[in-house]
Design a protein around this ligand. Structure first.
Ligand code: ADP
Length: 640
């Protein structure tokens, strides 16, 4: 060894010095490299890696052998960065120029990629040839993340529609974004340095700002609503989230607030509240109960009053079953489903028995709520105790019954005396008196018809309208009535067409009464027209009797109601023509007792057609009487 050294010293004294110097500098480089908190590596001029410091081994977990035998580097780098990095490296080796690149290395401890900044410098000899590559890879993940965060926040602050305000703890405005400028009407440079509270007349929910500030600082955030004034004097409703703002050392130095203008929604909210209060007041005043029925489980959400209407306490959990349980069995015919199918309002009046045994009339009204596909999912509505009204109606009915009865007796007497006088005067040839008595008789007849109708209405109410069943030739009956009515009115021409060719079992006088009413109405409500048409027909097992006029007609919205008791269509022309609104009510009752129905088609100004449909095989007397008893149609509160 010594000999060799001596030879070398002798032959190549300069080389030895250079080599020693090189060795020494490489030694100190390695020492330095091992001490550095980053990956340090070296490569041969051709790009082949020949050294990594310990940071590499710690970071990757590879051994020396693994590092140099396999493509360890390629395993650690993010697949997306591999090609670009290799490309840069090959180009640098060829051009012998330094390079700098950012890429991601897999951190086995954290199980995620870290951003690294890689730099490589070539060392040249005197001829400019690369003798070594020195490289470093610095973990810049934290600063990269911070940079990304910063960029993100900056763009957020710029683009966010909410105003962002940064103030000192004393509320001095440090900065605010363009949304804040637009909201408050002050440019950032105008606002900066002013006090947030004073500039905007900020009204905190708490009078004491210090107290408020304490809450923000202790809790670490505050969310709430404020009132503030814009530059133009308009007041704003503000929703804000405030959090403390820290400097680099973590010391709280100010507040950051995200501010949202909720003036419009607040106004809507206030209006809604106002409306709700008004609605509530109206509901309270009208003594209405409010309910919502969920069809999927028959559960009912309802107000305390609605529960009380069915005799339940405020804490009862309501269901449809519970409601039905309280309704007396005879009244339990729900047509809710039908109303829902037809998307109609629902209305029903029911007798409800409370646990104390008392009976109450409850009106239930409701309307369906439908899904987008048109399926009903709930019903909302109101309930009302109508017991008082029903009692009142009963008293009225009783009064009408008694009054009509009381009127009937003297009227019959007057009628008898009028006819007696008429005959006597006629015999004595007292023409003037005879004429007067004939007029008087006509008026007495009109009065008698009215009283009879009143009595009928009263009897219908109490279920006491009597029927006497017999076989009737319906064509003949219609002919007789037409003739009779025609005699009374010379102004109109009543024409009959068609025939049924049928006999039915019915009550002759009541059917005559119905037809007379339809014909007199046709005449009464067509003062300008002369034509009235009666047509008869038969279809399968149904008989039709149609009465058509060309008179004033009935407005569409009144059509359903004209069959109601004492109901008269609300048109000036209709009102000008006398009547009490009983005829159609009685007619409908009579026809329905015959198992038929009565309908109307009409157009205002063009006339109306009433159609009576009677089943060809109506109920037998026995059946009808039974039916009569069972359906009742009314009755008093006492007999229920
Ligand atoms: P009244 O004729 O005594 O008022 P009705 O019960 O017979 O009572 O009729 C109820 C209402 O229906 C009438 O007030 C009228 O407004 C309307 N009405 C009935 N028939 C006709 C008709 N033929 N043309 C127009 N309106 C009619």
């Amino acid at each position: 060894m010594k000999q060799e050294q001596a030879r070398a010293t002798k032959d190549q004294p300069t080389f030895q010095i250079v080599e020693e110097t090189l060795q020494a500098s490489e030694e100190s480089f390695r020492l330095l490299a091992e001490a550095l908190p980053q990956i340090v590596w070296t490569a041969l001029p051709n790009g082949e890696l020949d050294y990594y410091n310990h940071y590499w081994y710690d970071f990757t977990g590879y051994t020396r052998k693994e590092t140099f035998q396999h493509e360890s580097w390629a395993n650690v780098i993010h697949p997306d960065d591999r090609e670009k990095t290799l490309d840069t490296w090959y180009k640098a080796v060829q051009s012998k120029e330094r390079y700098e690149i950012e890429y991601r290395f897999w951190d086995k401890d954290e199980g995620r990629y870290h951003w690294f900044l890689a730099r490589a410098l070539p060392a040249y000899d005197y001829q400019g040839n690369v003798i070594k590559w020195f490289g470093t890879c610095t973990d810049i993940d934290k600063s990269k993340q911070a940079e990304e965060k910063l960029l993100y926040h900056a763009s957020l602050a710029r683009n966010i529609l909410d105003a962002i305000v940064v103030t000192s703890l004393e509320s001095e405005i440090l900065t605010w974004n363009s949304a804040a400028e637009a909201l408050y009407g002050w440019k950032e440079e105008e606002a900066r340095g002013k006090f947030f509270d004073q500039l905007l007349q900020t009204q905190y929910p708490r009078d004491d700002r210090q107290e408020w500030l304490k809450e923000v600082l202790t809790k670490g955030y505050w969310r709430g609503e404020l009132r503030q004034q814009r530059r133009d004097g308009a007041w704003l409703d503000i929703q804000t989230g405030v959090s403390p703002f820290r400097d680099i050392d973590g010391k709280i130095v100010g507040l950051v607030g995200i501010i949202r203008d909720i003036t419009e929604s607040k106004q809507i909210e206030r209006k809604l509240q106002e409306r709700e209060q008004q609605l509530q007041a109206a509901i309270d005043l009208a003594k209405l109960g409010v309910w919502k029925l969920y069809l999927k489980n028959n559960r009912i959400e309802c107000s305390v009053r609605s529960k009380a209407h069915f005799g339940y306490s405020a804490d009862t959990c309501m269901t449809l079953g519970r409601v039905i349980k309280r309704i007396i069995p005879e009244d339990r015919d729900w047509n809710l489903r039908e109303a829902l199918e037809q998307r109609k309002e629902y209305h029903g009046e029911y007798r409800v028995k409370w646990p104390d045994g008392s009976l109450h009339w409850i009106a239930i009204s409701g309307q369906g709520q439908y899904s987008k596909r048109g399926k009903p999912f709930a019903v909302v509505g109101v309930t009302l105790d109508i017991t008082e009204r029903k009692l009142e109606e009963q008293r009225k009915d009783t009064f009408i019954g008694i009054a009509s009865h009381e009127l009937k007796t003297p009227l019959t007497t007057i009628k008898g005396f009028t006819q007696l006088l008429y005959r006597q005067m006629k015999r004595l040839g007292m023409t003037d008196q005879v004429e007067t008595l004939a007029k008087m008789d006509g008026q007495v007849n009109a009065l008698t018809r009215l009283v009879n109708e009143l009595m009928d209405v009263s009897k219908i109410q109490s279920g006491l309208l009597e029927y006497s069943w017999e076989e009737i030739d319906i064509d003949q009956l219609v002919k007789n009535v037409v003739e009779m009515v025609q005699q009374m009115s010379s102004r109109h021409i009543i024409q009959i067409s068609g025939e049924t060719g049928r006999k039915i079992v019915g009550d002759r006088s009541h059917l005559e009464q119905v037809l007379t009413n339809l014909l007199t109405n046709a005449i009464k409500y067509s003062p300008q027209a002369q034509q009235v048409e009666v047509s008869l027909g038969c279809e399968r097992d149904t008989i039709f009797i149609k009465v058509r006029d060309y008179g004033i007609g009935i407005p569409a919205e009144e059509l359903e109601r004209i069959f109601g008791r004492f109901y008269r269509a609300d048109t000036a022309r209709s009102r000008a023509i006398g009547g009490l609104g009983m005829g159609l009510y009685i007619a409908q009752e009579i026809i329905s007792k015959h198992g038929g129905k009565i309908t109307v088609k009409s157009k205002e100004g063009e006339g109306s057609t009433f159609c009576v449909e009677l089943p060809f095989s109506p109920l037998s007397e026995q059946e009808a009487n039974n039916d009569d008893r069972s359906s009742g149609g009314g009755g008093t509160m006492n007999d229920r």
